[in-house]
Design a protein around this ligand. Structure first.
Ligand SMILES: *Cc1c(COP(=O)(O)O)cnc(C)c1O
Length: 231
């Protein structure tokens, strides 16, 4: 067993618990999603042995191999990366969550392809916080109309918002940016039943918890730096 992964999971859990207390979030209100992209199945097994149950993957082909390898474990699989329409069937069939929904066409395909024997696919709407033309996500001003357009898709369950902000140097700057997402989620909650804010990564986890995140997506702090050459 990889004791460094175990130790890292323990340390992140402590940091989450501390931030929950500091910012008067309910105990246990923040879920840790371990982002295992580029990592082998053995690393996921090590994290699982440390009690971790939710794992996030970005690349569908890579993820499906690991899901097969680890099919004997009760893991909750989250697809957190952008999705091309020719890969939707794998996400609909193999995952529990999709965090990066920003196109109606993808939503319609996931809805049509979600197998009848599975619960509806949990989805988060990705918001483009920093208005970067190159990044995925929908504009905050378009979020309400977009979520309304998904209501007839009964095989999807819209759980909330997801954001990948651009890097910011200080806790205060991170917090100020993420506050916009918290406010948007609160506004949308008047009309839709949302219970998830997928927000916070290794470098802005504490600020995200301060601003209401319910799910932090942490890769580097658990598994170490990624080597993209050998996924
Ligand atoms: C890779 C990735 C993460 C994890 O980032 P770290 O900085 O390694 O914690 C979280 N969310 C998304 C969408 C990612 O692609």
């Amino acid at each position: 067993m990889d004791t460094s992964i175990q130790a890292a999971i323990g340390s992140i859990r402590q940091q989450i618990a501390k931030a929950e207390q500091e910012f008067e979030r309910g105990e246990g209100s923040v879920t840790l999603l371990a982002v295992s992209k580029t990592r082998p199945a053995e690393d996921i097994q090590a994290a699982f042995d440390a009690g971790q149950r939710c794992f996030g993957e970005n690349y569908v082909d890579e993820a499906v191999k690991k899901i097969d390898q680890l099919a004997h474990l009760p893991i909750e699989w989250h697809c957190i990366g952008p999705l091309q329409s020719n890969k939707t069937r794998h996400v609909a069939g193999r995952f529990d969550w999709f965090h990066a929904l920003d196109r109606l066409k993808i939503a319609e395909r996931l809805n049509a392809q979600r197998p009848a024997e599975l619960a509806p696919l949990n989805v988060c709407i990705q918001i483009n916080l920093d208005d970067e033309a190159s990044k995925s996500g929908i504009q905050p001003a378009d979020a309400e109309t977009f979520i309304a357009s998904l209501q007839h898709l009964k095989r999807l369950k819209v759980r909330g918002l997801m954001v990948i902000p651009k890097p910011r140097d200080t806790f205060e700057a991170q917090r100020a940016a993420l506050a916009h997402i918290r406010e948007l989620q609160q506004r949308l909650s008047a009309r839709f039943a949302l219970d998830t804010l997928s927000m916070g990564m290794t470098d802005d986890m504490r600020a995200a918890i301060a601003e209401g995140s319910t799910m932090v997506r942490v890769g580097t702090a658990i598994f170490g730096a990624r080597n993209y050459a050998t996924p």
